[in-house]
Write a protein that binds this ligand. Sequence first.
Ligand code: CMC
Length: 435
Amino acid sequence: MTSTKKATLTFTDGTPSVELPIYEGTVGPDVIDIRKLYGQTGKFTFDPGFMSTAACDSKITYIDGDKGELLYRGYPIEQLATNCDYLETCYLLLNGELPNRAQHKDFDYQVTHHTMVHEQMTRFFQGFRRDAHPMAVLVGCVGALSAFYHDSLDINNAEHRHISAIRLIAKMPTLVAMAYKYTVGQPFMYPRNDLSYSGNLMRMMFGTPCEEYKVNEVLERALDRILILHADHEQNASTSTVRLAGSSGANPFACIAAGIATLWGPAHGGANEACLQMLDDIQKNGGVEKIGEFIAKVKDKNSGVKLMGFGHRVYKNYDPRAKLMRETCYEVLGELGLHDDPLFKLSMKLEQIALEDDYFVSRKLYPNVDFYSGIVQKALGIPTSMFTCIFALARTVGWIAQWNEMISDPEQKIGRPRQLFVGSARRDVKAIDLR
Ligand code: CMC
């Protein structure tokens, strides 16, 4: 990175001022390079929650939160969601360019032929209680994959990184479907190579060995779109976790397990599950009639209630993924004849009220992708507890692309944030009777 602009930082405590280089990206805000700040001034910067801190440079995904724009490798999400399938999107995120026909075919072949998991993996599942949350199962099983591939875990070997990427993308649907089948007590379904990535996932989740499973094309396309929309989202909490875990040299399966654990939280990937639970609660407590009361609670800071599926750290405009998911929501409900579904009607009313309410308008709180993805997933027959697993499956490619980018960077260092210490200064241990 080269710098033509500089920032001068002056101090009121006698510390000499310092000049800091400024770097420009292709688009988006410039960054001030503070890497030498501590050495020059003995001071750290303070930015809990990374409100103003770029933790890396990246070529993968760009979000303009004010415009409501999301680009994967420069391509708008709207064009990718309309013209490409999930595996093309994976290829793009991993390699930087969209595949041509031959590359697409080859990539499909590689992924399709790595979908089976080691037969011993089935025993890991038996160790979990039947009522375990599938995300708990997924964190454990993805981490456990590292135990099966000792021969290809050299993170400094590009070939090893590639095969790990293919394995993770290919095996996630199998593991996610197994996590589901385990909770419902049905036999695990082996993957089928004649189905698409999303069609195969549907069959492994909803098919049984007793009869043929016919993939509905509208629903298959909807699921594929959910995967495309969730494939990457630059330096969010789970991706930053994957990068931080990876910066220590940990293997990719362990890093992705760390990402899955982070995604689980309701402020991140758990939001669509929390959103559907919220809709269910409103429905049980009076439905549309009670929306006003619910919104009043959301606006009351002391209630601790949030309107799940609304608001975003980066988007201060309509989340572009939400627009596409809204469209898919209508398609799926139309296909299944569910337009009159009470939960859907409730969500549309809630959306309308929130979009007109000054509390939300003044804070630039718009629906995010999770507001609609839960409704679509429910319509597809995916149980609420599985929503975050589907998100984790979709995001695996983003995590692995970001991890790979970091490992390939010759300047990469272990991530090690600093702190402002506000605890007790040095003191001496007193004998126990004197405490
Ligand atoms: N309902 C009610 N008030 C909200 C909400 C909400 N969903 N989101 C933000 N606010 C308020 C917040 O209380 C604050 O008010 P004030 O200025 O009066 O103190 C203001 O809006 C600014 O919010 P913030 O908490 O500073 O925003 P943040 O960037 O820290 O949080 C967020 C972003 C996503 C954690 C938050 O909007 C939220 O909790 N939303 C609900 C959960 C959700 O839907 N998460 C999914 C995010 S999209 C999936 C993903 O990309 O992972």
